[in-house]
Design a protein. Structure first.
Length: 605
């Protein structure tokens, strides 16, 4: 049987038919879920074509589906109306993966200390909130931190050893016992692990925005749950069955707990003790406690976070029904609760996105509300297509010091996907096949990228041509006007202007001093401290220890030979070693910083 035919039959038998029997008005099929249930290998395009084709519509007696998400990807979803007289709203392909704001590729560049990092925070808040940026720095950073905690802002600093494997995707050794896959004789296995760029791109692609009917966590208890043992091949169908049949499935003793007396944990323990496999259980045993939670504590409206091992989350659902017993011919896993699955991904995403603590091995237990990342969980709860389509929320990736890394090495073939018309949902959208996971990948339109570049490290003229062509560049130069004109008699505006005029004359404009160095100076002692520990050492670095040029910038250089007692520097002539005193050599000097307070007369002409 060909892959497309198998996918059509699985979709009919495990999605369409059960949904019809349950009387549901519509059913949503996620390509990745159907792909796994069909036993296919990296053939998502075939699954998409099967669901979109007329053969499946005739076979399943459904109308043309509504597609959301990327074109022919694992996270693509198809919604089929099961009510012949109902008309689903027309949602053009890709609409829900598009943002009302054009994708931003921006690099802020300039000398050190010009506020580039602060500007990235302001730009990120502007893009994400769509509102005026708070003028107060504290308020701005409060909003920035909140958005970061929600997972909508990611920050990374490039360095010389940064690689594609760090940024996009790479193989990482995973020791036996970690995750949910079988152990190997070597004691570890290599597993594809997404980098920061792929993680935030996937989050942006999944986002469906907020409609008027968006779900919130208020008043709901959240539980961690495992459906079967994901490391055992014989348990693998349980998860797919739970998704297809709209329920969660629980093991522990092949007994029907429907009788009202099992509202008491002691009765559950007593019944289990009559079974050979559970003879030693007590009312406080984990198996009894978890059965009590599943039978008695779970209530409609509660949220389930379904894990894959302890490190990944593969589904989020809302409990919608009471306890039911559905015995299975093979025994075990006969306990059910109806669930509306809000999001699923067979591969799973890092559990750290949802919960600050590590998940335990227990099958079912309540999570501590204070340790939940509520904004992220609510985003996953609303990731299915809402009844009222909403624009997805924007996401921002900030790359600090973007020019420090080898850009072609870090971005690789992804550099083309950053272009505005190559994003997902655009006319010229592009996908690539990732080298390690072999998954198709594209960049969503609601992901904005902001970089910073220190021109004192590397001129913009030397920047990678491919990067220059795909980014907009905004220069940030020193702004003396933001500084005070009187700090204990020192005019910081004139001081900074004079320093930078002299630096540009002796070196270039890319190595000027930024206003941020002096922004917090409130006393002369503060200014002295900045000059002594930051500005003068920076000038020495700029001029490669040529202290005569440093002195020229500071106004301490004089044309005559001999010692100098300047406002910032002290120069003393060195005595030639014995035997060289008579040679005609140019005098040599020792420079050092002046002890005590500095004088600023030569920097305030």
């Amino acid at each position: 049987m060909r892959g497309a035919e198998r996918a059509r039959l699985v979709a009919l038998n495990y999605f369409i038919a059960p949904a019809r029997e349950a009387g549901r008005p519509a059913v949503t099929i996620r390509v990745g879920d159907l792909h796994g249930m069909s036993g296919l290998v990296r053939n998502w395009a075939n699954v998409c074509q099967a669901l979109e084709g007329s053969k499946f519509r005739t076979l399943a007696a459904v109308s043309e589906p509504r597609r959301t998400g990327p074109v022919q990807g694992a996270s693509t979803e198809y919604t089929f109306s099961l009510i012949p007289t109902a008309s689903m709203p027309e949602v053009p392909a890709g609409e829900l993966s598009m943002s009302n704001t054009k994708p931003t590729n921006l690099i802020l560049f300039g000398p050190p200390g010009t506020g580039k990092t602060y500007a990235t925070a302001a730009e990120a808040v502007r893009l994400l909130c769509g509102e005026p940026v708070p003028e107060d720095h504290g308020e701005l950073m409060k909003v920035y931190r909140r958005l970061s905690e929600e997972g909508r802002i990611e920050f990374v600093t490039f360095h010389q050893s940064m690689s594609y494997e760090d940024f996009v995707e790479g193989l990482r050794p995973v020791t036996n016992g970690d995750g949910d896959e079988p152990a190997t004789s070597a004691g570890f296995r290599l597993k594809p692990v997404p980098g920061i760029f792929r993680r935030i791109a996937s989050s942006a692609e999944r986002d469906r925005g907020r409609s008027a009917s968006a779900l919130h966590l208020d008043g709901r208890q959240v539980y961690k749950m495992s459906i079967g043992n994901s490391a055992l091949p014989q348990d693998a169908p349980l998860f797919a069955q739970a998704l297809a049949e709209g329920c969660t499935i629980f093991g522990f003793a092949d007994l029907d707990w429907s009788d009202p007396r099992f509202a008491e944990p002691a009765e559950i323990a007593s019944a289990m003790q009559r079974l050979d496999d559970w003879a030693g259980v007590k009312p406080g045993s984990p198996s009894v406690r978890m059965t009590d939670i599943f039978r008695n504590r779970l209530k409609p409206g509660d949220i389930l976070i379904v894990t894959r091992g302890n490190l990944l989350v593969r589904a989020v659902g809302e409990v919608t029904g009471e306890y039911e017993f559905h015995p299975r011919p093979e025994g075990d896993y006969g306990h059910r609760r109806a669930v509306r699955w809000l999001w699923s991904d067979a591969e799973g995403v890092p559990a750290t996105e949802f919960y600050r603590k590590k998940f335990s091995q227990l099958t079912l237990y309540p999570l501590v509300p204070e340790d939940l990342n509520v904004p992220v969980l609510e985003r996953y709860m609303n990731s299915r297509t809402p009844e009222e389509p909403a624009a997805p929320d924007p996401f921002v990736l900030i790359i600090d010091e973007i020019n420090r890394a080898n850009v072609s090495k870090v971005f690789g073939e992804l550099i083309t996907l950053l272009e505005e018309d190559k994003r997902l949902g655009c006319d010229n959208e592009l996908h690539i096949k990732l080298p390690y996971s072999r998954e198709r990948f594209g960049v969503p339109q609601n992901l904005h990228i902001i970089g910073t570049m220190n021109t004192a490290d590397r001129s913009i003229a030397l920047l990678d041509t491919a990067l220059r062509r795909r980014f907009t560049f905004r220069e940030l130069m020193p702004d003396p006007n933001v500084l005070s004109s009187n700090v204990d008699g020192i005019d910081l505006r004139k001081l900074l202007t004079t320093l930078n005029d002299r630096i540009e004359y002796l070196f270039d404009r890319d190595h000027q001093i930024g206003h941020a160095y002096f922004i917090r100076c409130e006393t002369k002692e503060d200014v002295d401290d900045v000059m002594r520990h930051k500005i003068i050492p920076l000038l020495a670095e700029y001029f490669y220890e040529d202290w005569s040029k440093v002195a020229a910038v500071l106004g301490d250089l004089t044309p005559q030979e001999g010692d100098i007692d300047g406002a910032f520097l002290v120069r003393r002539r060195l005595t030639a070693p014995t035997g060289l005193a008579g040679d005609e050599m140019a005098p040599r000097y020792r420079w050092k910083m002046k002890e005590g307070a500095f004088s600023y007369q030569n920097l305030q002409p």
